[in-house]
Design a protein around this ligand. Structure first.
Ligand code: ZN
Length: 403
């Protein structure tokens, strides 16, 4: 383990011990800004809330973006209700904030982003262009990416591509690429039914449930088997569409209950048809559907850039370090989706599990734990990839393949 790896593990533990919810990442952002300034980057704070943009301007040439997210999880409401394993991993850096914890690995993502920035800042002679590091707040409520993008950061810095990693329950030391796949979109609906008709509410709930093709996993084994499925080409081929239904009832004071539906949907082209289906279900019992907003888009990784990244990483780290994913994970959404609307790119699954020591590496489970060796691995993978992308993009410009 290098000195940098050890520094980053210490940093991750510090962030881990004082987690901050979406929109409240003041201390985390302060720490990030301090680290990036110390590494010599040009840092802007307060971008779309507690967001940070840091530029590493190594030489004239193209720009590539790298994004990490910083917020923690509400451990009461935003965790899969699995039984706890008998292993606990309180090594002295457990969350000191009641009810809040880094159960989605954003503390690792932040540490890796800083590690990449530090590594590349020390190797500017090998960089053929500029890097823009984006440290995003408020991913868990899907607000932070939009808030940062609305400040005009893409117009200002003009990245040609965007990259990111997310922790996943694959073995530490691996990175998984998902060419053309990613994470589902999300649509929220409120169903307004005739007053006092409980039978209608029950009938609607039952019909809406039938739209689902996948159910939320009820145990870590079900969760992991679903994750393994996306790596098996044959199984993955059979799950090219996924619809995951969640329902709950809103109880306005003094008024009748309102059924709420959330559909997580892949591919996002299905949203229109699903809205019509839910409208028909409601209309059949004399009700109608309200849509509080447009569907939140799916995160779609570029097929071309994911494949190129997979090839680069196989050559750089060894083919055994790279896995290829042939379907989308159906449960969690991800607002990195919005960065990929601005420039093509990819998010990779960073393996953080270690079965032998009982580290499940499974985000949003109550006993999420991560193998910290994955931090250094992620830093080396992403530092290499970003260097390679700048080289490729500037060669394309020199050869006239790109403006
Ligand atoms: Zn996450």
């Amino acid at each position: 383990m290098t000195n940098l790896d050890e520094d980053l593990i210490a940093l991750r533990r510090e962030i881990h011990s004082r987690p901050e919810l979406a929109g409240e990442e003041r201390e985390t952002a302060g720490l990030v800004a301090e680290q990036l300034r110390a590494a010599g980057l040009e840092v802007t704070t307060g971008v779309g809330g507690h967001g940070i943009v840091a530029v590493l301007d190594a030489s004239a040439g193209p720009t590539v973006g790298y994004r990490a997210d910083m917020d923690a999880v509400d451990a009461q409401t935003n965790v899969l209700p699995f039984p706890l394993s008998d292993r606990t991993f309180d090594d002295g850096f457990a969350s000191r904030v009641p009810g809040v914890a880094h159960l989605c690995g954003h503390d690792l993502h932040t540490a890796i982003g800083i590690g990449v920035a530090r590594t590349l800042a020390q190797n500017t002679e090998s960089l053929r262009g500029r890097l823009v590091f984006v440290f995003q707040p408020a991913e868990e409520n899907l607000q932070g990416a939009r808030a940062m993008l609305e400040t005009g950061l893409v117009q200002k810095h003009a990245p040609s591509e965007f990259y990111a990693v997310h922790c996943a329950p694959f073995p530490a030391g691996t990175i998984t690429v998902s060419p053309g796949y990613g994470l589902p979109g999300l649509d929220h609906m409120r169903i307004i039914l005739p007053a006092g008709d409980d039978a209608a509410a029950a009938a609607v709930a039952a019909e809406v449930d039938k739209l689902g093709t996948v159910v939320f996993p009820r145990s870590i084994d079900e969760y992991n088997s679903r994750f393994r499925a996306v790596l098996d080409p044959e199984i993955a081929a059979s799950i090219q569409e996924s619809i995951c239904v969640a329902q709950w009832t809103e109880q306005p004071e003094g008024a009748q209950p309102i059924p709420n539906v959330i559909l997580r949907v892949w591919p996002q082209e299905l949203h229109t048809e699903l809205r019509q289906q839910v409208e028909q279900i409601a209309a059949a019992v004399g009700g109608h559907v309200e849509f509080p907003g447009d569907p939140f888009p799916a995160m779609v990784n570029s097929a071309e850039l994911s494949t190129a990244a997979g090839r680069y990483l196989s050559a750089a780290l060894g083919p055994e370090s790279v896995a290829w994913c042939g379907a989308s994970w159906p449960f969690n959404c991800e607002d990195f989706a919005l960065f990929l609307h601005q420039a093509p790119g990819a998010q990779f699954y960073l393996g953080v599990a270690d079965a032998e020591s009982g580290i499940n590496g499974a985000p949003h489970t109550p006993d999420f734990a991560a193998d910290e060796r994955a931090i250094g691995h992620g830093v080396r993978a992403m530092s290499g990839l970003l260097t390679d992308r700048l080289a490729t993009l500037s060669a394309d410009v020199a050869d006239g393949r790109r403006a």
